[in-house]
Design a protein around this ligand. Structure first.
Ligand SMILES: Cc1ncc(COP(=O)(O)O)c(C=O)c1O
Length: 348
């Protein structure tokens, strides 16, 4: 792999005790180009502007996908990337649904490791900090015609991030807007899924909520996701999360949590459709013990209010509850404080 190192590191300009999520980028980036039916070998070079013309395909037709994952500074001084292969595979799932070329998983793995290794000083050492990794791919042909791009660019950039603190998470069960529909692209990380959600989220904010709980497109009866996280509930003594479908993003945090909960017998697990009515009834009857989002950014984000048709239900967020316990299990595995029986960390 060709590597061109920066001659002017920006590391010394970074205040690691005051990081704002996704606003500062490490010294290097990885780039690969696709044309004439094949990918060029990825190359690492100094982080900097890309050049393109106003006719670049993705600006018009939105063949754009991305990933989000993290590298951690581990207790023994190694760097560990959490489940990178899962992200490589999900990127390719998004690529195939968006009619974009898949990127070889071996190149992805080799490339992301080489990039993080080169910028290893950028991985924050403080607890609960990490280096956020952002692979993305877009159609880079120069034409305006509604047909697939012929050229594509794959890029990986990285950004040091601090602990995620969401404050009070007050979510509204959304019954007007939808994030995804049957036959659509909800199971992909295509850029449009996020662009399409901003308006609905802003409307909820104006009503005093921080996020929405997405429901199904047809009848708004089934719970799907919470903002950009998968969602789980503890009702009575069972953890319930909606099953994956073409409308839901297959979160790697969700899958990791399900694995831990099942293998360690922490709580009874049900992966099944869950109706809004069931959640509301459980909240009314005091049987909704916890509710939380699951995703790379926050790992677990406890929800303390669920709003439904004008009524706000307060949800407990116990410090010794399941959400906090799961978060600790995953955090310990990632930092090396606990064993990693699944080989989830790519360490170097
Ligand atoms: C819509 C959506 N759902 C769920 C998730 C959680 O996925 P992961 O755990 O892989 O970060 C994300 C974040 O990537 C997301 O954007």
């Amino acid at each position: 792999m060709k590597i061109t190192k920066t001659t002017q590191s920006r590391l010394k300009d970074v205040d690691f005790s005051n990081l704002v999520f996704g606003t500062q980028f490490s010294d290097h980036m990885l780039i690969a180009e696709y044309s004439d039916g094949s990918w060029s070998e990825p190359e690492i070079k100094p982080y900097g502007p890309l050049s393109f013309t106003p006719a670049m395909h993705t600006l018009h037709y939105g063949q754009a996908i991305f990933e989000g994952q993290k590298a951690y500074y581990m207790e023994n001084g190694e760097i560990g990337i959490f489940r990178p292969e899962a992200n490589a595979k999900r990127l390719n799932h998004s690529a195939s649904r968006m009619f974009m070329p898949e990127f070889p998983v071996e190149w992805f793995m080799e490339g992301i490791k080489a990039l993080v290794d080169l910028d290893r000083e950028w991985v924050p050492k403080e607890a609960n900090h990490s280096l956020y990794l952002r692979p993305f791919m877009f159609g880079s042909s120069e034409f305006v015609a509604a047909r697939p791009s012929e050229k594509y660019t794959l890029c990986i950039i990285t950004s040091p991030v601090g602990p995620y603190y969401a404050g009070d998470v007050k979510v509204k069960i959304e019954e007007t807007f939808t994030r995804s529909a049957a036959g659509g692209v909800g199971s992909t990380k295509c850029a449009g899924n996020y662009g399409g959600a901003f308006y609905a989220t802003d409307q909820a904010r104006k009503e005093g909520y921080t996020q929405v709980i997405w429901t199904d497109h047809a009848n708004h009866e089934l719970i799907e996701e919470s903002g950009t996280m998968n969602i789980g509930f503890i009702i009575d003594d069972t953890f319930i999360t909606p099953p994956l479908s073409e409308r839901i993003l297959a979160g790697i945090t969700r899958e990791s949590i399900l694995t831990l909960l099942r293998d360690r017998n922490i709580v009874k697990v049900e992966e099944r459709p869950i109706k809004v009515d069931e959640v509301v009834k459980a909240a009314q009857e005091g049987r909704l013990k916890e509710a939380f989002g699951m995703g790379t950014a926050a790992v677990i984000s406890p929800i303390n209010v669920i709003g439904y048709r004008g009524t706000d239900f307060k949800i407990p967020t116990p410090m010794d509850g399941y959400a906090m316990r799961i978060k600790k299990e995953l955090t310990d595995l990632r930092s090396g404080a606990a064993e990693d029986p699944y080989g989830w960390m790519l360490k170097f």
